[in-house]
Design a protein around this ligand. Structure first.
Ligand SMILES: O=C1O[C@H](COP(=O)(O)O)[C@@H](O)[C@H](O)[C@H]1O
Length: 235
């Protein structure tokens, strides 16, 4: 795992937006297209704002997916899809057909089946969800996407996407839909973003390799990066 520490959340967001743009340009040059799985939650939103306003970002060649969703309508303040799209801004250069949201308005089982079916269509040639890049946040309990410690989606199995019952230990306590750990690990690169002093204890556990934490079990195909601000790094 490559770790980089930035001065503050603003610097972390700038570095993230630059990293994603570079990954996108590389993928487009190599394969003609860039497949990106977005993180939910609040940490990546400033980076999304920067990416959305970046004239050099190859949006027309970018296919946008999500790592997880809360089962609420897209207009709900807890919707990962709604928050990310609001931050990216009007999708000037992003054709609507390039958006592949998890349909959080559906019941979890149905939304998981629907998303897995669409992913299997998009990645039909590869036979696995080989995202060029998956962005992830880190929860205070070590969860990534909606994969909670000891919860659904962690076992080695056939599912690409899993329905997840509402977590009782954190907000928003609503059912979720998530890529499985196996599916996340098919990505070429994973960039894990963590900001703020409240996350310093969980970051320390992650860096210590605590196997109880889903985040400690990320093994993408090419590279795992951890971007922290100084507060999250415990500096
Ligand atoms: O519930 C979730 O939490 C994590 C972490 O969110 P953050 O607000 O602390 O950055 C997020 O990565 C995940 O997508 C989301 O559903």
């Amino acid at each position: 795992m490559r770790v980089e520490v930035f001065e503050d959340q603003a610097a972390l967001s700038r570095a993230t937006a630059e990293f994603v743009r570079a990954a996108a340009l590389r993928a487009v040059e190599a394969r003609g297209e860039f497949s990106l799985a977005l993180a939910g939650g609040s940490t990546p939103l400033e980076a999304y704002r920067l990416m959305g306003g970046d004239p050099a970002f190859p949006w027309a060649q970018t296919q946008v997916f999500w790592g997880d969703e809360r089962c609420v309508p897209a207009e709900h303040p807890d919707s990962n899809r709604g928050a990310a799209l609001a931050a990216l801004g009007p999708p000037q250069a992003l054709p609507p057909d390039n958006l592949h949201p998890i349909r959080g308005q559906l019941a979890p089982q149905e939304a998981a089946r629907d998303y897995e079916w669409r992913l299997k269509g998009y990645f039909a040639q590869q036979g696995r969800p080989e995202f060029d890049l998956a962005l992830l946040g880190l929860g205070p309990d070590g969860h990534v996407a909606s994969l909670f410690p000891g919860g659904h989606g962690l076992a080695q199995g056939a599912a690409w996407v899993v329905p997840v019952p509402a977590p009782a230990h954190l907000e928003p306590s609503v059912p979720r839909v998530s890529l499985s750990l196996w599916a996340l690990n098919q990505a070429r690169q994973i960039l894990l973003l963590v900001s703020g002093a409240a996350k310093a204890p969980v970051v320390a556990r992650l860096r210590g390799g605590d196997p109880q934490m889903p985040a400690a079990r990320l093994r993408p195909q090419e590279e795992l990066l951890l971007y922290l601000d100084r507060a999250a790094a415990g500096d």
